[in-house]
Design a protein around this ligand. Structure first.
Ligand code: ADP
Ligand code: MG
Length: 618
């Protein structure tokens, strides 16, 4: 039999390797930024056009390359960073595989200008799909400029697979954050389509975090510091009260390299145990330093996973260090999970000095009287606001159910059939549906023809609100209430960018914005159900949910935002609802298109038939 095995030509091998190294523009950004850092740059400029599909350029003032090195740097396994196998165990650089430039050059148009300080003339090289177009001497500043154009020009399938510019830019920004956070002493500039997104001067860790995530981050940070023979830990955690519902600002760096580690993440979360709700996540920026020989970063080509020699000790040390910081800075005890959003200070008041509290005494208070309904919480109040506004919706709800009894999931109220005349007078109507009551401030029970329904109040309200927001968003401008005093809120630059992206949807839900610029926005109107004091919190949540959910189509954005709003604004378990609110909620629920499940696909109510009850009595 003839021999059939052949070595792949270099450009084919490179293209295959590129599949692993370069998933999307953000991967190129990461490789180029890391090369600039390895080259000892003090200032790095990142220039992006059209989400990196047209241009990704990194300009550094590092050590540059000689003409020969410049050419060699595009060969596979060409690296100046390791020479022998042992070097792998003592890595102090980001790169070491010598794969990145070869891979990138195989799938894009690359133009490099580079000059070491010691030489007068630099080198200019152009490569397209692994083919050198030209190489010539050129006049260029010290350092290296690497421009990557038309990524995946020769792999249409990959190019088509790329997401919208916005989504790709978000991935790039994530990568940029990671690198910039790991190297606060290096100055960074980031331009997108000619606009400056970030201008980060050389600084300390804290200031770098604040420069990236906005000035209001500063008050959230609690320092962490510990030194043991195994690991040196420094950095910051965010105060428990700033824990977010979605995973957001969580960063681990090992020897100044960003890593993902579910195991170490767990250690931090464990330290917060009891201080934050189980469905929220603490923020952290933790810099770990370990002996390079005790870790193996070789296990994944994109290098965000790391293997440690002594994971268990690391876990224990990390957990107790974080716990210690929480205790030391006294952020642990003053916590109130069920805090009333009405009591939250709006941002602009946060820095003002406190006014001595006034005590008012309720002279008529009788401790022996059973409290019928504790003062309604804001959410239930907002429910009343809504229901009292359209009391007629009671009729609508019932009406739409008349004659639809056969539909699966449709409910016919007992009173419907008994009175048969509920539309005749208001008195009767209210009577007809007052057969609700609340149990354990969690469920609302009402009777139906065949027995009874038990409704989860929170899920029911979520469903009602969700459908309402979805419906509102189909009109251009949602129903909103004008704020008496415009609210000025501050956000980080990337949050502002996200906000701009979802602005149209937010407007359709009922928000009105003015002056979105720099790090601040002015809100002049909010959706009907949103209390003024909750606006900052809600926008925070909407932005972070949007940022988490990397998706292209605007329907799913509206959907995500409607879900978030519904969840945030819905009455919660534990809230007392007065009778009118209960009734309105039940009727609104059964007027919904999908009353059986919550927006998060959880059952909203169960029915218990007379038969079920009979069986219990046997
Ligand atoms: P690695 O970083 O793993 O060594 P790369 O393909 O990213 O592999 O780069 C190959 C080589 O090119 C590097 O080892 C380095 O010597 C050189 N190089 C790449 N980028 C730069 C830069 N911005 N400045 C100076 N040298 C660079
Ligand atoms: Mg590299």
């Amino acid at each position: 039999m003839a021999d059939i095995i052949k070595l792949l030509p270099d450009h084919v091998a490179n293209q295959i390797a590129a599949g692993e190294v370069v998933q999307r523009p953000a991967s190129v950004v990461k490789e180029l930024l890391e090369n600039a850092i390895d080259a000892g740059a003090t200032t790095i400029k990142l220039i992006i056009k059209e989400g990196g599909k047209i241009l990704i350029q990194v300009v550094d003032d590092g050590m540059g390359m000689s003409a020969t090195d410049a050419r060699l740097s595009f060969e596979r396994h060409a690296t100046s960073k390791i020479q022998k196998a042992e070097d792998l165990f003592n890595l102090n650089t980001k790169g070491f595989r010598g794969e990145a430039l070869a891979s990138i050059a195989a799938i894009a148009h690359v133009e490099m200008q580079t000059r070491p300080e010691s030489e007068e003339l630099g080198t200019h090289i152009k490569i397209e799909g692994s083919k050198i177009v030209f190489q010539e001497a050129s006049v260029t500043p010290k350092g290296t400029s690497m421009a990557v154009k038309n990524l995946f020009f020769n792999i249409p399938a990959r190019r088509n697979f790329l997401k919208s510019n916005q989504v790709e830019l978000r991935h790039i920004t994530d990568e940029f954050h990671r690198v910039a956070l790991a190297h606060p002493s290096i100055a960074f500039h980031f331009y997108n389509n000619g606009n400056e997104l970030f201008n980060l001067p050389s600084d300390n860790y804290r200031k770098r975090i604040v420069n990236i995530f906005g000035s209001r981050t500063n008050q959230k940070l609690v320092p962490v510091e510990e030194e043991t023979p195994i690991v040196k830990i420094k950095g910051f955690i965010t105060k428990p009260e700033f824990a977010k519902k979605s995973r957001g600002e969580q960063f681990f760096f090992i020897n100044n390299r960003f890593i993902k580690s579910p195991y170490l993440h767990h250690a931090v979360v464990a330290a917060f145990e009891g201080l934050i709700k189980s469905d929220s996540y603490p923020g952290y920026f933790l810099y770990l330093e370990v002996d390079p020989s005790s870790i193996d970063i070789n296990i994944h080509p994109t290098k965000t996973e790391v293997k440690f020699d002594d994971e268990h000790s690391l876990y224990a040390i990390l957990r107790s260090t974080v716990k210690h910081s929480l205790g030391q800075f006294n952020v642990a005890p003053a916590l109130d999970f069920e805090h009333d959003p009405n009591l939250q200070t709006p941002y602009e008041f946060k820095d003002k000095s406190a006014v001595p509290p006034k005590v008012t005494v309720d002279a008529g208070f009788n401790p022996f009287q059973e409290t019928k309904s504790p003062s309604p919480s804001p959410a239930s109040r907002s429910y009343q606001k809504q229901s009292s506004g359209n009391w007629e919706s009671l009729y609508v709800g019932l009406e739409s159910k008349m004659g639809t009894d056969d539909e699966p999931g449709s409910i016919s109220f007992e009173s419907d059939t008994i009175t048969g005349s509920i539309f005749e007078g208001e008195k009767e109507t209210t009577e007809a549906v007052t057969t609700t009551f609340q149990i354990r401030r969690k469920y609302i029970v009402t009777t139906i023809k065949s027995g009874m329904v038990v409704i989860d109040q929170s899920r029911a309200h979520q469903r009602v609100l969700y459908e309402k927001f979805l419906k509102n968003s189909t009109v251009k401008q949602g129903v909103s209430q004008q704020l008496l005093f415009p609210l000025h809120l501050s956000f980080s630059k990337s949050e502002i960018n996200a906000l701009k992206e979802i602005q149209d949807i937010l407007v359709s839900i009922g928000f009105i914005f003015e002056n979105i610029e720099g790090e601040s926005i002015t809100v002049t109107g909010v959706p009907l159900l949103v209390a003024e004091s909750e606006v900052g919190m809600i926008l925070d949540q909407l932005i972070s949910d949007y940022q988490q959910e990397v998706t292209d189509d605007s329907f799913s954005h509206t959907d995500i935002l409607s879900k978030t709003l519904a969840k945030t604004l819905a009455v919660k378990t534990g809230e007392t609802l007065d009778n009118a609110s209960q009734i309105a909620l039940v009727n609104d629920l059964f007027a919904c298109k999908e009353s059986m499940v919550s927006p998060f696909n959880k059952p909203v109510y169960i029915t218990i038939t007379e038969n079920d009850i009979d069986k219990k009595f046997i």
